[in-house]
Design a binder for this molecule. Sequence first.
Ligand SMILES: O=C(CO)[C@H](O)[C@H](O)COP(=O)(O)O
Length: 261
Amino acid sequence: MTGDLSPIDKAKFVAARRAADIVQDGMRVGLGTGSTAAWMVRRLGDRVQQEGLRIKAVPTSTRTAQLARELGIEVVSLDQAGWLDLTIDGADEFDGDLNLIKGGGGAHLQEKIVATASDQMIVIADAGKEVETLGAFPLPVEVIPFGWQTTRTLIQEALDTMDVLGTSAALRMNGEAPFVTDEGNHILDLHLQRIGNARQLALVLNQVPGVVENGLFIDICDKVVIGHGDGRVELRDINDGTIELDQSVEAGENLFSDLAD
Ligand SMILES: O=C(CO)[C@H](O)[C@H](O)COP(=O)(O)O
């Protein structure tokens, strides 16, 4: 079975598993969206079934909500939970300050609200997501459908004043039709190549009328759990600067054998 998983998927799996094991009984937990987050939700589902772990989970998309419910995890709304102990989510890119690009799965609006309403955000990612400077991954910007082409023009004008290399903004498609988010909006993917000042760009984008939220997560992530294809896992904490490295390749291989179903 392990042969079926690519090294990237193995890396995502070990990172997700390690982060899911940080969750403690009684916690209110934000559940991210995407393939890495799905591994984490599955592991939490196992813990609920096998250990009797009791958590209240706030999903960041209808996809994640459905998966969590199927696995027997108690799902509540963010307003019911009020505030969360922890959110665990994937990312498309992270830099040395643990600033992120998210939204490759189109869920960054709810993801940002949920992560911001948490004591701690832990990102789970394969090592290939780490970058020196954000921007190689196209930056998702959620816009309302009304007048989206005008919004795109306004975004491009704003980008012309910024320290970015490119300015092309592509409407995300789902087959022949525009992609529609859980909130009924569209997404413009900004192909910028390199974002010189991510903090400033995040503020500028959200000032454009029609923009609902951009995929830059600045000063939101506290910790990253980085998985490697051979089972090694690295934990980095931005608050105290600690780095832990689990070199147990063998442990990673045992984990992969758990995937036999
Ligand atoms: O931001 C996201 C969804 O909006 C995801 O976390 C991000 O796209 C990473 O996805 P994956 O874990 O599948 O690589």
